[in-house]
Structures are given as structure tokens and as C-alpha cells.
Design a protein around this ligand. Structure first.
Ligand code: NAD
Ligand code: UDP
Length: 310
């Protein structure tokens, strides 16, 4: 039985990861300061003797014993990470030092949840792992993007200097049940607006693209990566390469919810990337991974979840 630490385990992705790890017979320690996560996401696990919740901030040192670490602690939606941008940068950077320090002391293997945001507003499509990105260091997204980029640097330096076994995963837009209703991400916004019959808020003209991955596919990729060959450090893209415009997403959500909502057009936020599509050749060859849930199927499951909580 592995003792697995999930930092950020009470969040959207973290809680699904905890579920999966418990199902596979691990002893799970979920560490979270509930900045954007919720106890409700892990309530069903709290009575399990192989699950522990520790309220703790990753910007502070961590003292536990473990065999594996997943570092997911960081707000992920632009609305949330721009709420306190200095703290977001601290979370990424001090969080990397503290989780890596723990990995070094315990000998644990550690996975970092990096992001497609390291590519910024990309000049190439699809984005592969060797593309170095185009991030505005001074813009409102930089606290997140640059924090994650420095975190990758710290991970690779701990690997080279101290031999820590690292796994750096670049996650592309992921959606599903347990996204926070008010965290401002596009899938949750559109579904909630459609279910309530409110206007659907398209930022810009809706021609910008994203490629949406269903949460179960993402967690499968994460688990495979953690179990993969020791020498395969990544970075590796995990995401669904099927790309759509934000306007197409809105129309699909309206269709699936049978909603009477209308589309309205609002200002495009500064530095909003125009396109995003992962090249997953590396994940296919190294992890034998590719996503299996299509957009409509995944949206349907997510809509059912939001219908249950609204
Ligand atoms: P989320 O906001 O639901 O989860 C983040 C969790 O981290 C929350 O439970 C939050 O309370 C916790 N947290 C934040 N700051 C913390 C701190 N200082 N100390 C301890 N805990 C802290 O977001 P998510 O979508 O589940 O994202 C999880 C990870 O995956 C993040 O690192 C994010 O950058 C990365 N990621 C997610 C996506 C996506 O589309 N969901 C895309 C790219 C990368
Ligand atoms: N977006 C939108 N309406 C919303 C929320 C987001 O049009 O109510 C757009 C946003 O401008 C971006 C895309 O949807 O182009 C994805 O936004 P999200 O915040 O989900 O994630 P991002 O990929 O930008 O980090």
C-alpha cells in the first residue's frame, strides 16, 4: 500500500484523484487550505480509515511521511488566481520548494500539475512539449503562468541536483463534475447560465479556441504518468486535442440543456490566448494514453452534476 500525498486534494481535479487513489487501495493524505477547494468535494471520503484531510498551506513546510506526492495545490481559474496574484505566485513557487523538499527527504516520487498556460498565447498549433511559449511577464495572467513556469524550473533542478524522481504534467483545459459553480471557468459558467436561463457570456467574439478534456480521462493520464518509467520526467501534455471555438461550446451547451438562453458578447480579458490544442503524441507513445470521452458525452455528465446542485 502506497502512502500518497495529494496537495490540493479538496479541489476539482484533486478530489477526483483522491477517489481514484482510494479505489486503487492507497493510503491517501489530502492536504489543502481550502482556498478554492471545498470539504464537500471530499466529504464522502472523510470516514474512510485510509483517507486523511490536513488543512495546511503549501507555502509552509510540510512534515508527513509518504511514498508519492501529487502537487495540485494552486487556484486554476483566471478569476480565482487573479484574486490575490501575489499569493498565487507564492503558492506555485513556495509550494514547489516545499513539496520537492518533502520528496527529497522521504525519497517520494513527485508529480507536478503544470499547465498549458506555460505556452502563453501560442504561435503554433497544436502545441508540443518542445515549444517554449509566449507569455506576457507583466500581464494579469502572469502570476499563474510564470509561477507555473518557475515551478517547472525548480522541479528539473531538484531532479538534476538531488536525483528527485519528478513527473511534470502539462494539463490542458479540463472539466467535469465538482467544478466550482462560481469559479468563473467557461464550462461551468456556460452550463450554469444555460440551466438558469440566463444570458451566456461570451468573452470577445467567441472565435478563440480551447480543447476540453473530461476529468476521468485526465486522471487516467495522471495515474499512468506517476506509474511510468523512472526516467520519463516529462514535461508531457495531457489534454483532449479535439479543438472548438468558445462560440461552438456555447451552442453545444444550449443544445444539450435545451435552454432558451441567448448569447451575449462581453470584453475579451487581456492576454486571453487565441488558441489552445495539445499535441499528445508523447503521451500516446510513452503512456499509451489518449482521451476516450467526447465533448458532448462529458458535457452531458457535467450538466447532470450541475442540475443536481442548482
Ligand atoms: P481547483 O482550484 O479546484 O483546485 C486547487 C486546489 O488547491 C483547491 O482545493 C485549493 O484550495 C488548493 N490550494 C490553492 N492554494 C493552496 C495553498 N496555498 N495551499 C494548499 N492548498 C491550496 O483547481 P483544479 O482545476 O482542480 O486544478 C488543480 C491543479 O491542476 C492546479 O495546480 C492547476 O493549476 C492545474 N491545472 C488545472 C487545469 C484545469 O483545467 N482544471 C488546467 C491546467 C492546470
Ligand atoms: N470565457 C467566456 N465566457 C465565460 C468564461 C470564459 O467566453 O463566461 C472564455 C475565456 O475568455 C477564454 C475561454 O473561455 O477564452 C476559456 O476560459 P477559462 O477561464 O475557462 O480558462 P482559460 O483557458 O482561459 O484559462
Amino acid at each position: 500500500m502506497n502512502r500518497v500525498l495529494v496537495a490540493g486534494g479538496a479541489g476539482f481535479l484533486g478530489s477526483h484523484l483522491c477517489d481514484r487513489l482510494i479505489r486503487e487501495g492507497n493510503d491517501v493524505i489530502c492536504l489543502d487550505n481550502l482556498f478554492t477547494g471545498k470539504k464537500d468535494n471530499i466529504r464522502h471520503l472523510l470516514d474512510n480509515p485510509y483517507f486523511e484531510f490536513i488543512r495546511h498551506d503549501v507555502t509552509q513546510s510540510i512534515f508527513v511521511e509518504c511514498d508519492q506526492i501529487y502537487n495540485l495545490a494552486c487556484p486554476a481559474s483566471p478569476l480565482q488566481y487573479q484574486r490575490d496574484p501575489i499569493y498565487t505566485t507564492k503558492t506555485s513557487i513556495y509550494g514547489a520548494f516545499n513539496t520537492l523538499g518533502l520528496a527529497k527527504r522521504t525519497g517520494a516520487r513527485i508529480l507536478q500539475s503544470s499547465t498549458s498556460e506555460v505556452y502563453g498565447d501560442p504561435e503554433i498549433s497544436p502545441q508540443n512539449e518542445s515549444y517554449r511559449g509566449r507569455v506576457n511577464t507583466m500581464g494579469p495572467r502572469a502570476c499563474y503562468d510564470e509561477g507555473k513556469r518557475v515551478a517547472e524550473t525548480i522541479f528539473f533542478d531538484y531532479h538534476r541536483k538531488h536525483g528527485v524522481e519528478i513527473k511534470v504534467m502539462r494539463i490542458f483545459n479540463t472539466y467535469g463534475p465538482r467544478m466550482d459553480i462560481g469559479d468563473g471557468r467557461v464550462v461551468s459558467n456556460f452550463i450554469v447560465q444555460a440551466l438558469k436561463g440566463e444570458d451566456i457570456t461570451i468573452y470577445g467574439d467567441g472565435s478563440q479556441t480551447r480543447s476540453f478534456c473530461y476529468v476521468d480521462d485526465l486522471i487516467e493520464g495522471m495515474i499512468r504518468f506517476m506509474k511510468s518509467d523512472k526516467d520519463f520526467t516529462g514535461p508531457v501534455n495531457i489534454g483532449n486535442p479535439s479543438e472548438c471555438t468558445i462560440k461552438q461550446l456555447a451552442e453545444t451547451v444550449i443544445k444539450l440543456t435545451n435552454s432558451s438562453s441567448k448569447l451575449i458578447y462581453c470584453d475579451l480579458p487581456q492576454d486571453d490566448p487565441l488558441q489552445r490544442k495539445p499535441d499528445i503524441t508523447l503521451a500516446k507513445s510513452k503512456l499509451d494514453w489518449s482521451p476516450s470521452v467526447g465533448l458532448e458525452e462529458g458535457l452531458q455528465k457535467t450538466i447532470s452534476y450541475f442540475e443536481g446542485i442548482i
